[in-house]
Write a protein that binds this ligand. Sequence first.
Ligand code: SF4
Length: 254
Amino acid sequence: MFDEKSTDADLVVADTAPHPVQPLNADVFTSLSPADRMVELRRVIDGPIVFTHGFGIEGQLLFHWICERGIDIDVVTLDTGRLFPETYELWSATEARYGRRIRAIYPNHRSLEKLVARQGIDGIYDSKEARQACCDIRKVRPLDRALSGAKAWLTGLRADQTDVRHDARLLGHDAARGLMKFNPLFDWTRADVLAEVAVHNVPVNSLHAKGFASIGCAPCTRAIAPGEPERNGRWWWESGHKECGLHMPAPKKS
Ligand code: SF4
């Protein structure tokens, strides 16, 4: 774990028995390319690193580098059961392109059956509580299982995606899960990512060409107008922040 009291200039990955890691100078770390940041993370973390892939453009680029550089990182995806057909097509095409399976994590079937019995398959539109209950069972709880036993959590977060993500840094800390959170694209823009994706001909979701910027579950994602903030198409019928809970602090276990 890194020292929470450290400044950005001297973040240190501290020793945590039984997995001691070497001290890390955050300035040097930040000066690296995102691919080299992941290589360096792998070098200093003695234990599993889990990348939660949602098949967005950022995730596709990270996955490309992980495969290209042969970085030993566990790649998982949370299959909510409500993804777009185009996302499943991309998942399959990505595995074929890189010759690597992406491990799927599914919701607990009993919890899901109770949820749908209680609020219906599209009860998500009835209230924010109903929508959050769906995200909790289809995404947040599976995320807890995906990250169980991990030493570090790799994500495709960028700081300029939304106001909520504005504080994202290269190294973060998920205190509730006791994990280092690592965001190698935190200082990249969407344009940076798109340019790099084009250079490497990385496969992307065909929905991007139809005006979809940030793509999640089908019932909760719509296309946006040119110039609209990229995550405006998510949970568009709700006001306030647009997050599903994956990148919010994990609730305390009762
Ligand atoms: S994004 Fe929508 S469909 Fe997906 S888990 Fe959340 S509420 Fe359910």
